[in-house]
Design a protein around this ligand. Structure first.
Ligand SMILES: Cc1cc2nc3c(=O)[nH]c(=O)nc-3n(C[C@H](O)[C@H](O)[C@H](O)COP(=O)(O)OP(=O)(O)OC[C@H]3O[C@@H](n4cnc5c(N)ncnc54)[C@H](O)[C@@H]3O)c2cc1C
Length: 410
């Protein structure tokens, strides 16, 4: 049985490992940390006294690779969300609240219903979305869609920031077009918001580890790979503080680390090297979950707020310019938005700020041009990760698809 060494147990590595294990390959998974999940994980927070996710992650029903992954690891039932395609919003400046609703089919007749679309927009405004069909990598989101007034301010800008984690003035419209092609353009049925019922690890990580263990895979935690030994043509060994492994002549390697580690391990590899932060704030409080369990916020510091089992979690995307801000001031600023939007008390409950400095690579035209494909100059080495050239932005769906396709090429 072919042995495949998968380096990195984030979404890309778990996707590759489970695809291979499902096909009967012998998988050895090496993870530097003591836990799996990478940028998508849950953990116990001592200050809050409960489990939290490192950051809110929103999926869509049209994320086909993610849904296939969940089916493979038996975790389909661990997601939740509204049963229909709807997105509630609150405008903190005007005080308006509305719920964007889509119909399930491909023909978007929902735009004809005034009470389903964004208040202040016209059915014809939505036709402008078709511009995305001809988006080139060098087109920016603001350049293509910025002139759309209310539709842009109240829908397209927050969606673009959520999908690309990059300010629309510099973000390329091409990966946004890819997201729209795989969701909205396929109709509301492909655009139903999905998120974990309990936590990211409970849905996307722990069931994958259980699946791998049951398949006989070898899981090595605390196993950082610090170097690859290689000939001109192939990888012959993996080395690290706790690893000294020979890669046999019929064996393969999938490198599923973040881009900066991949570039260190494989000299000469070009990868995206500019990143954007995401800041999440978790408050030990509760809000009315509304029809979806989350809300888009317009005109505030944060863009999205999620009602979680034990906390209210708020996301600030494309947050490089907020990294230096003191956490208590940031928490107070966001709490004030939450008070305005949800009528919460003045006293701030226990809170935690989680700053993920390199949450995603910056989805600018320059950075997109640096994405490598999956194959490498070494015949037995493939790359996987959200930074590889999937056409999608740096997302769970991109990471999972990259792992699946690296595995399929083995
Ligand atoms: C706060 C936040 C919010 C987000 N929100 C969303 C969202 O709403 N929707 C969405 O789809 N996506 C979202 N994302 C993006 C998504 O989490 C990532 O795109 C995805 O998790 C990346 O997976 P990956 O496997 O490519 O990389 P990683 O998660 O970085 O995994 C790489 C793994 O490799 C390990 N590793 C590193 N070096 C070594 C080494 N030398 N040896 C062995 N192992 C090593 C790491 O420890 C890690 O486990 C968000 C990300 C963050 C941080």
């Amino acid at each position: 049985m072919t042995r495949v060494h998968v380096i990195g147990a984030g979404m890309a590595g778990l996707s590759a490992a489970t695809t291979l294990a499902a096909r009967g390959c012998r998988v050895v998974l090496y993870e530097a940390a003591k836990w799996a999940g990478g940028r998508c994980r849950s953990y116990h927070d001592a200050a809050l006294g409960c489990r939290i996710d490192n950051g809110n992650h929103l999926l869509l029903s049209g994320n086909r690779s993610t849904m296939a992954y969940l089916r493979r690891i038996g975790a389909e039932e661990t997601l939740t969300g509204p049963s229909r395609p709807l997105f509630p919003f609150i405008d903190l400046i005007s005080g308006d609240a509305w719920t964007l609703r889509l119909n399930r089919g491909r023909l978007p007749w929902w735009v004809l219903r005034r009470d389903w679309r964004v208040p202040g927009t016209d059915a014809l405004d939505y036709l402008a979305l078709r511009r995305l069909e001809r988006a080139a990598v060098t087109d920016t989101v603001a350049g293509m869609l910025g002139g759309l007034g209310t539709l842009y301010d109240r829908l397209l800008e927050p969606l673009a920031i959520a999908a690309l984690n990059t300010k629309p003035e510099t973000a390329s419209a091409a990966p946004l077009a890819a997201v729209v092609r795989e969701s909205l353009a396929r109709g509301g049925a492909a655009t139903i918001p999905r998120m974990p019922k309990i936590g990211l690890s409970e849905s996307l990580v722990d069931p994958a580890l259980a699946f791998l263990r049951a398949s006989g895979a070898e899981l090595r935690f605390g196993a950082r790979i610090a170097g690859l030994t290689m000939t001109d043509a192939r990888v012959t060994g993996l080395v690290g503080p706790n690893v000294d492994e020979i890669v046999g002549s019929d064996e393969r390697v999938i490198l599923a680390t973040p881009p900066w580690v991949a570039a260190e391990l494989l000299p000469g590899l070009t990868v995206p090297d500019a990143h954007e932060a995401i800041i999440n704030l978790h408050f030990r409080a509760g809000i009315d979950p509304g029809p979806a369990g989350f809300y888009g916020l317009i005109g505030g510091t944060a863009e999205w707020v999620f009602e979680k089992p034990e906390v209210v979690s708020v996301t600030i995307s494309a947050a490089n310019d907020r990294l230096e801000q003191e956490t208590d001031r940031l928490a107070a600023e966001v709490w004030s938005d939450l008070r305005r939007g949800f009528g919460l008390p003045r006293a701030m409950p226990p809170w935690r700020v989680v700053k993920e400095k390199r949450a995603t690579f910056a989805a600018t035209p320059e950075q997109l041009a640096r994405r490598p494909g999956s194959s490498t100059r070494l015949v037995n080495l493939r790359l996987a990760g959200d930074y590889t050239a999937t056409g999608l932005p740096s997302t769970i769906e991109g990471a999972i698809r990259s792992g699946e396709s690296a595995a399929q090429h083995i």
